[in-house]
Design a protein around this ligand. Structure first.
Ligand code: 0WD
Length: 254
């Protein structure tokens, strides 16, 4: 029993127990969802397997979104296991660390393309596969950041990518709405994860949020997880194309 009883979904983007995707997977599993997880490469497999065991999730294989054959393989495995799915969580982003500091204007063509492919297009690539398995409707969720809306120090090309990701949420919501598939994003406040450690001056950004956010603190992956649970569950059945801020309110002052 529970909010997510009978629902099955794929969670992509767990690197370790600090990952935002892990916060969402924990919340969904605790509410009764059955979960499948992917990992990126063998190094992360060793971290993801014990986490999967903790929540009774299935590990459905390696997925590097720059290699479409690995996306197809993961969805083939999910189809074999379950036949259909009810939700996906996409918590994947990447940019060259050297360009998450200094000036946006210095972004290279190569890194721009790579950042857009991994951090933006991959959500659409995953949506294409997931649509086919969401035969009873469904919920798709991705993760974004305030740097999409306003210039944040050091966020640079990733801010441009998140703006495109947020636009894709709206276009996908329209395309998939008639099939009762909802598409939303959480705009999370800064959280110290592996990916965040690549951003210049990240500790300063955390401190700045603590001083200035209405709640006078930062947020946890469990808090993002609970809003994720809402967006994945039928509680949010009237919500699509939405960017929900889980940032201790920072966006109203920042
Ligand atoms: O402050 C933060 N941490 C925020 C993160 C604030 C707001 C949004 N976000 C977003 C990130 O931009 C990302 O979209 O949340 C999402 C999840 O990020 P995270 O939880 O902060 O970071 P992490 O635990 O590192 O997970 C991201 C994972 C990768 O980890 P690493 O650090 O190894 O790059 O994304 C995956 C990978 O597991 N990933 C890929 N997966 C498949 N194919 C790829 C790829 N090519 N590249 C990265």
């Amino acid at each position: 029993t529970g909010l997510m009883a009978g629902k099955r979904g794929l969670v992509m983007g767990i690197a370790n127990n600090r990952s935002i995707a892990w916060g969402i997977a924990k919340a969904a599993a605790a509410a009764g969802a059955e979960i499948a997880l992917t990992y990126q490469g063998d190094a992360l497999r060793k971290r993801v397997e014990p986490l999967a065991a903790e929540i009774g999730a299935k590990v459905v294989g390696h997925c590097d979104v720059t290699d479409a054959t690995t996306i197809d393989a993961v969805f083939a495995e999910v189809e074999r296991l379950w036949g259909k799915i009810d939700f996906i969580v996409h918590a994947i982003a990447f940019s060259d660390k050297d360009q998450l500091t200094g000036r946006y204007v210095d972004t290279t063509e190569d890194n721009f393309a790579k950042t857009m492919l991994i951090s933006v297009y991959s959500f659409t690539a995953v949506a294409q596969r997931a649509e086919k398995l969401m035969t009873d409707g469904g919920s798709m969720l991705t993760l974004t950041y305030y740097g999409a809306e306003k210039v944040m120090p050091h966020y640079n090309v990733m801010g441009v990518a998140k703006a495109a990701l947020e636009a894709s949420v709206r276009y996908l919501a329209v395309d998939l709405g008639s099939r009762a598939i909802r598409v939303n994003a959480i705009s999370a406040g800064p959280i110290k994860t592996l990916a965040a450690s690549g951003i210049g001056d990240f500790r300063y950004i955390l401190r700045w949020n603590e001083y200035n956010a209405p709640l006078k603190r930062t947020v946890t992956i469990e808090e993002v997880g609970d809003t994720g649970l809402f967006l994945l569950s039928d509680l949010s059945r009237g919500v699509t194309g939405e960017i929900t801020h889980v940032d201790a309110g920072y966006h109203v002052v920042g």
